[in-house]
Design a protein around this ligand. Structure first.
Ligand code: GDP
Length: 451
């Protein structure tokens, strides 16, 4: 195994920089370029200890630094690791990295440290993927979830599925392999029940995929409503800038503008769409159709009404198309009085605001926070975090379903065994315990260099 090195801190100016070295030559190489002022040479240092000294190259002192030694297997990668903490700054960290590189030490590729941790059994693949998500986490919620996954929340749930399948397989095998022994027959009803509850648990985990997407990307949010209720004004108020055109003429917001904002600790991917109403004008019709499509697919709809006026036909038409459990009713223009609230439609929540005066926006923020909270709670016990994991789990569920159908159709237990083998295999691919090099490479290519 080669020894690798990289700058582990971000590419820029900062108070500190860290150069990480991992592999069989890590400690010997560190000893060649590091002169301790106080403390021992890296060769004599025990794991989890530090020394203060200078990094030298060709007799020149590059910087003073703290050097930390981790001895295999008690390190992030499972190999010998040395971390040099020096002063920050791109130029300096790169010079130190250059001093470290030599015949025996090469530049690390993206994600190579974490890949080694995975190959050395330090992390499951779902945990390793969570490391990339930790780095990319855009907010407190996403960070908390990624941390749980890094600690193995998803892995533990999958391992439980694998154990159930292996137990079932071994029951079936014992029964099939020793027909002459006095082993009680595998009861078909019990088998069916165990398979059905396994499939259900797997499906529950599968359903967290949407929660994961929401945490990573934010809530796809649509502001919907008939013209002139104040959608653009609300959009701009949330956004803090004038992105969409606000006018008194109905139907001026013709296309869809998308913006990402943070509200109540949640990222909203906000689309301001054309008003949802009947119209003959072609451009507007396209806008309206688009906005209805957005409403169907959105995670959250902010349905805006003019609360100072009675309900109109256009409002009623929109109300019939909203998904109530994903809708927050927003009664705008509270500064002009309130004659109406969409109370009987079963919306997730209703808030009264004045977008123009920016009144009531905190209530909207709280409602959005509560709406997002259910996704976060669902995801905290482990979740399906990306497309690779989703397709492996889908395959496992399909195979368990196939086993159930084989039972229902009265096939021999052999057919059940074959399907369950398939399910076990898909789960091993999901955790990375049985996986091809090509997949491993794709997973780690997402990482940044130095991690
Ligand atoms: P949209 O067609 O739904 O996007 O509505 P606009 O945002 O363009 O607003 C239509 C008109 O309503 C504009 O004249 C806004 O200034 C006005 N408006 C928006 N919000 C409020 C509000 O909270 N109070 C009052 N009084 N007027 C508002």
């Amino acid at each position: 195994m080669s020894t690798i090195a990289a700058i582990a801190t971000p590419n820029g100016t900062g108070g500190m920089g860290v150069i990480r070295i991992s592999g069989p030559h890590a400690i010997a190489r560190a000893a060649e370029i590091f002169v301790p002022i106080r403390g021992k040479s890296p060769l004599e240092m025990e794991g989890y200890t530090c020394a203060y000294g200078h990094v030298m190259q060709h007799g020149e002192r590059l910087d003073d630094c703290i050097l930390t030694v981790f001895r295999a297997p008690h390190s992030y990668t499972g190999e010998d690791v040395v971390e040099i903490s020096c002063h920050g700054g791109r130029f300096l960290t790169q010079r130190i990295l250059r001093a470290v590189l030599c015949e025996n030490v090469r530049n690390a590729e993206a994600g190579e440290f974490t890949k080694r941790a995975f190959l050395n059994g330090k992390l499951s693949l779902t945990q390793a993927e969570a490391v990339a998500d930790l780095i990319a986490a855009s907010g407190e919620n996403a960070l908390r979830c990624a941390r749980n996954l890094r600690d193995g929340a998803t892995y533990r749930r999958i391992a439980k599925f694998s154990q159930t399948i292996l137990a079932l397989l071994s029951d079936l095998a014992v029964w099939a392999d020793y027909p002459d022994e006095d082993i009680p027959a595998v009861d078909e009803a019990v088998l069916r029940e165990r398979l059905a509850s396994l499939r259900e648990e797997m499906q529950t985990l599968y359903d967290t995929y949407d929660d994961g997407r929401i945490l990573r990307e934010g809530l796809h949010t649509v502001i919907a409503g008939r013209p002139n209720v104040g959608k653009s004004t609300l959009f701009n108020a949330l956004n803090g800038c004038e992105r969409s055109i606000v006018t008194d003429i109905a139907g001026t917001t013709r296309d869809v503008v998308e913006e990402q904002i943070r509200l109540g600790g949640v990222t909203l991917r906000l689309s301001d769409t054309a008003g949802v109403h009947d119209t003959d004008e072609q451009i507007e019709r396209i806008g309206v159709e688009k906005s209805l499509a957005f409403v169907r697919e959105a995670d959250l709809v902010l349905a805006v009404f003019d609360g100072s006026e009675p309900l109109t036909e256009d409002d009623a038409a929109i109300l019939s198309k909203l998904p109530p459990e994903r809708t927050i009713g927003v009664c705008n223009k509270s500064d002009l009085g309130s004659v109406w609230m969409p109370e009987q439609y079963g919306f997730f929540d209703i808030v009264g605001i004045s977008a123009k005066n920016r009144d009531g926006l905190e209530d909207l923020e709280k409602a959005v926070g509560r709406f997002a909270a259910k996704h976060v709670t669902a995801a905290e016990d482990g979740m399906i975090a990306n497309e690779r994991q989703r397709s492996c789990l889908e395959e496992a569920i399909r195979a368990v379903q196939e086993a159930l159908e084989a039972l229902q159709m009265g096939y021999a237990y052999d057919a059940v065994t074959v399907s369950l083998d398939g399910a076990a295999d898909a789960l091993l691919q999901l955790t990375g315990e049985r996986i091809t090099d090509a997949v491993v490479d794709t997973v780690f290519a997402r990482f940044c260099v130095g991690k």
